[in-house]
Design a protein around this ligand. Structure first.
Ligand code: UT7
Length: 327
């Protein structure tokens, strides 16, 4: 019998209705549509409505992923939400969504790895499923980053948006070559001060706001992401030419294009949503994946390369052959 594999069998997503354009931001801070587009690629972002919570975004994305897989909440054994903007300090947003979905038998917890949250949660879920801790997992990236932005700080408030994306993972004992092919995570807490939130339960007692020295983070991004991408390609024993789609974290079009160039990928092999969604932190990869599955670009059997870096610093990458083997 082949080793256990973790298939990625469906995806769902949700974006809040309200769209905020770059132009609107010029009323809040000294910025311009031109600066934001040129430096980041961002044209707009979605923002939660009053009273709309991270759990609401996550639940909508989860329901769509369940629908498209033809599954019900009772089929899930594990729910992990990657988020840095939970509804409450505790309990976890995952337990809230578990209850709302009615996934009563599912183990549920949050993973906090900021913008790398999705690749972190994917690795944890893969490890649990292949270790026999259940048959199906839902990994959700969900964020209401608008709630932790300082709307008077032009160096951060123009960059982020809200949203959620969810994938369903399924353990298989006979699907060699499908599912999670390789995954690698890294962390280096020495870089804490270039990207952090200036608050928290045991420091200020307040939620706090995002603080970032963007150009310093930028300098780490392409180097660390390309080196971790090399690691997963090597671990999977796969040439980069076998990658059908790079589905990167959507922080900045210049970082995405830097990775695209390093990997030697043409435009038709990179999923880019940063112009429409901005940086949705842990939600950005599953949101991008959902867009590309939804419009037919990503199909069953395609090899996907995920990569992300975030506050910590934390970073990682994964290679996944999407869908189920036919026949
Ligand atoms: O997802 C988590 C990880 N985060 C990231 O990956 C973010 C990585 N960093 C970036 O994407 C980029 O560094 C930014 C988009 C944040 C900034 O772009 P940059 O090219 O690195 O610009 P900079 O920070 O070096 O700033 C250049 C200038 C500065 O003015 P001076 O000092 O040259 O006069 C800033 O004050 O741009 C100014 N600036 C702005 N101007 C207009 C900063 N923010 C704005 C703004 N509008 N919103």
């Amino acid at each position: 019998m082949a080793d256990a594999a973790t298939l990625m069998i469906s995806v769902g997503s949700y974006l809040p209705e309200r769209i905020m354009t770059n132009q609107e931001l010029t009323a809040l801070v000294d910025t311009s549509d031109e600066w934001i587009r040129q430096r980041t690629g961002i044209a707009q972002r979605h923002i939660v409505a009053k009273g709309e919570k991270t759990s609401d975004l996550a639940r909508h994305a989860a329901e769509q992923a369940l629908d498209s897989a033809g599954l019900v909440a009772g089929d899930l054994d594990l729910i992990i939400i990657a988020t840095s903007t939970p509804d409450d300090t505790f309990p976890s947003t995952a337990t809230k969504v578990q209850h709302q979905l009615g996934a009563h038998q599912a183990v549920a917890f949050d993973v906090q790895a900021v913008c790398a949250g999705f690749v972190y949660a994917l690795d944890v879920a893969d490890a649990m499923l292949t270790a026999g801790r259940g048959k199906r997992a839902m990994v959700i990236g969900a964020e209401s980053f608008s709630k932790i932005l300082d709307w008077s700080d032009r160096s951060t408030c123009v960059l982020f948006g809200d949203g959620a994306g969810a994938v369903i993972l399924e353990r298989s004992d006979n699907a060699t070559g499908y599912g999670v092919l390789a995954s690698k995570l890294h962390a280096d807490g020495a870089h804490r001060d270039i990207l952090y939130v200036d608050g928290g339960p045991s420091s200020s007692g307040k939620v706090g706001h995002v603080r970032m020295e963007g150009n310093k983070v930028f300098r780490h991004a392409v180097d660390k992401l390309s080196s971790v991408m090399d690691e997963v390609l090597e671990a999977a024993d796969m040439p980069v030419s076998d990658v059908d789609w790079l589905v990167p974290h959507q922080a900045n079009i210049r970082i995405i294009e830097g990775m695209q160039k390093k990997m030697g990928l043409s435009d038709d092999r990179v999923v880019k949503t940063v112009h429409e969604h901005a940086n949705t932190s842990a939600a950005s990869i599953p949101l991008a994946l959902s867009a590309a599955v939804g419009d037919g670009r990503v199909r069953d059997g395609h090899v996907l390369a995920f990569e992300a870096i975030g506050g910590g610093l934390v970073w990682g990458a994964a290679l996944v052959r999407y869908g189920r083997p036919s026949g």
